[in-house]
Design a protein around this ligand. Structure first.
Ligand SMILES: C[S@@+](CC[C@H](N)C(=O)[O-])C[C@H]1O[C@@H](n2cnc3c(N)ncnc32)[C@H](O)[C@@H]1O
Length: 356
């Protein structure tokens, strides 16, 4: 059987997501490990940067035979692991509280560099850490390391994207809604202050309770499985939703799109993450499923048990996927779909929309 869809997903992931960090150690410096794909480019041409400067020690490529069957059409899959270490003082590793890490396969910055950078927050500045079980409810694993890496990266990439596309970052908006905020993985980094009002909303009482006790300055609201909510109408000029539409059935999605339209201020920016080719490649989405998604536009691949959420029609929380054509056709009835950006939300793509 031809595996064209799988091939497209793997090629897109290799070009647009490129690399994954799966180990971080902060001691008297920084060590990171993971894998990085470079196509046909010789490994010697690639560079790993910490805050724009090369890591002092780089071990790349290291054999990765485990990746070969997963990324079967990617030439570098079998030699893709890396281990990098910087011995710089922690004040240089985390200037202004953040480290930015880049993998540049051709050695030079290119047009996707900002979207493929990973961001790590200075662990000594984190005020609160959720429990493994709180974290499991939002990322499906109890890894605190992934919680912090994912949150700081989504924040750093969204902020950079907003600046580049709309001329202002998170702190240039007046009222931000993190819809489906979970354990505040992103919300904790949003700019609370006199000029910006930050709201977090979720259906999950367990995580909201943690958020209220641990993330100061944000207004956290519990909302029902189905709209309407009591959130203020026409008032949010930025709404973000990371991995929420990846978990709702089609009918619920349509109701929530209408509710988000009601809550958004005129001209608001809306950023919603979805499954895209990169996540499909990472999760070994089969040729058959990818074909079915292209054909049908909308697909539920299973129930999801990370949170307990039941509605009258059975299980509410599922693993849901939309094709890009579907997004433009169906979501485009409510909002102007500006673009769909590959892998901007770490592993997920982001639909960028504006109210009309
Ligand atoms: C995969 S988690 C992601 C959480 C958070 N956005 C993050 O990136 O860490 C999805 C979250 O959406 C919440 N959720 C599910 N349906 C929702 C709805 N209709 N409205 C608001 N939140 C919802 C879940 O409770 C869960 O916290």
């Amino acid at each position: 059987m031809e595996r064209k869809h799988e091939q497209r997903n793997i090629a897109t992931m290799a070009a647009q997501l490129r690399w994954i960090i799966d180990g971080i150690e902060v001691d008297d410096g920084l060590r990171v490990q993971g894998w990085a794909l470079r196509g046909e480019t010789p490994a010697a041409d690639s560079r790993f940067l910490l805050n724009g400067l090369p890591f002092e020690e780089v071990d790349y490529p290291i054999a990765s035979t485990d990746l070969e069957p997963i990324f079967w059409c990617e030439p570098s899959a079998g030699q893709a692991r890396f281990s990098c270490r910087s011995t710089r003082h922690l004040s240089e590793v985390f200037p202004a509280g953040r480290a930015r890490l880049d993998f540049l396969p051709q050695g030079e910055c290119d047009e996707v560099a900002d979207r493929t950078a990973w961001h790590i927050g200075d662990p000594t500045l984190e005020q609160s850490t959720p429990s493994g079980s709180n974290v499991y409810r939002v990322i499906g694993s109890d890894s605190i390391e992934n919680y912090f890496l994912g949150g700081a990266t989504v924040h750093g990439r969204f902020d950079g994207y907003l600046h580049a596309k709309f001329g202002k970052g998170f702190d240039g908006f007046q009222r931000i809604l993190d819809w489906g905020c979970g354990a505040a993985r992103l919300t904790r980094y949003l700019p609370v202050g006199s000029n910006v009002e930050v709201w977090g909303a979720d259906i999950d009482a367990v995580n909201l309770q943690w958020c209220r006790h641990n993330v100061p300055g944000v207004r956290f609201e519990q909302i029902p499985l189905e709209p309407p909510t009591n959130l203020p109408e026409s008032s949010f000029d930025l709404i973000v939703g990371v991995s929420v539409f990846t978990h709702l059935k089609e009918k619920a999605q349509k109701s929530w799109l209408a509710e988000l339209e009601r809550l958004a201020a005129p001209g608001a920016v809306i950023l919603m993450s979805i499954t895209g080719p990169s996540l499909m490649a990472l999760s070994s989405f089969s040729e058959k499923l990818a074909q079915r998604l292209d054909k049908k536009g909308f697909l539920v691949t299973g129930e999801n048990r990370q949170i307990e959420a039941e509605d009258e029609n059975g299980h509410y929380y599922v693993d849901a996927h939309q094709s890009r054509d579907y997004i433009r056709r169906v979501w485009g009835r409510r909002f102007d779909v500006v673009e769909i950006v590959d892998a901007l939300a770490a592993h997920q793509d982001v639909v960028v929309m504006r109210t009309r």
